[in-house]
Design a protein around this ligand. Structure first.
Ligand SMILES: CC(C)(COP(=O)(O)OP(=O)(O)OC[C@H]1O[C@@H](n2cnc3c(N)ncnc32)[C@H](O)[C@@H]1OP(=O)(O)O)[C@@H](O)C(=O)NCCC(=O)NCCS
Length: 212
């Protein structure tokens, strides 16, 4: 059944042996924890995953953007872009919507086909001609503790395969989100323009990227 079709299993190494020291002058090691490797399953999202995706979005947005955006702005993005209705629609219509799952959902990626109307305004999409198959990476988020273990790259690659490939992939990333920007640049994305996303409670500066 599609719901449990598995696109890949990766093993995330968590820290290796971790030494725990007591505080103060006579520092003594009090424990050594050997945290095990964790298996992470990458599979297509289904409707039942929506609450898990919302939880990841909530925690990832709060930890990534708390120092730059007001709680009201973050709440507005989550209420609109991550409402149950919006996510349920996206899960059904996506070019690819995958989740990374350990004992719970720890991350997700969402690709959609670029709309031709958006190409009127978005610099990245202007580089793609009307008859080319361009994908937009709309969302890629991991829980904070799961970042930096190769899961983001795996979600991206499996999502691209699931969508059937494309001549180009576009995305936007918040201008000050250097961690994500370096990650995308490592994947080969190039910055091609900037624009501002205006919401009711504020605005977000975005950088547009393209992978050709
Ligand atoms: C951005 C994000 C999706 C990346 O996923 P990740 O699992 O942490 O990244 P990975 O571990 O798969 O890294 C993949 C590659 O990018 C590199 N990379 C990751 N973060 C990097 C950084 N900050 N600087 C330089 N390179 C970085 C890794 O070294 C790795 O390269 P390698 O495979 O050659 O070693 C993840 O960190 C995240 O969810 N961040 C918070 C939410 C967010 O900002 N999402 C993007 C919104 S547009």
């Amino acid at each position: 059944m599609l719901a449990w079709e598995i696109y890949g299993i990766i093993t995330a190494e968590f820290f290796g042996p971790v030494q725990v020291w007591n505080a103060g002058k006579g520092r003594k090691m009090v424990a050594e924890l050997n945290l095990e490797s964790v298996r992470v399953k990458i599979r297509p999202a289904v409707m039942a995953d929506v609450p898990g995706i919302q939880r990841v979005a909530d925690l990832a947005w709060s930890s990534t953007f708390a120092d730059r955006f007001s709680p009201e702005l973050i709440a507005e993005v989550l209420a609109n872009y991550y409402s149950w209705a919006r996510l349920a629609d996206d899960v059904q219509k996506a070019a690819a919507f995958l989740v990374a799952e350990a004992d719970e959902i720890v991350g997700y990626c969402h690709f959609r086909w670029s709309s031709s109307s958006a190409s009127q305004v978005a610099p990245a999409k202007q580089l793609v001609s009307a008859n080319q198959r361009a994908l937009e990476l709309s969302r890629l988020y991991l829980l904070p503790a799961w970042q930096g273990h190769g899961i983001g790259r795996e979600l991206f690659q499996k999502g691209l395969e699931r969508a059937g490939g494309a001549c180009a992939v576009t995305l936007t990333v918040e201008k000050g989100n250097w961690r994500a920007r370096r990650f995308y640049e490592k994947l080969g994305f190039k910055p091609v323009g900037e624009r501002i996303w205006t919401l009711g409670t504020g605005s977000i500066e975005l950088v547009e990227y393209i992978l050709l």
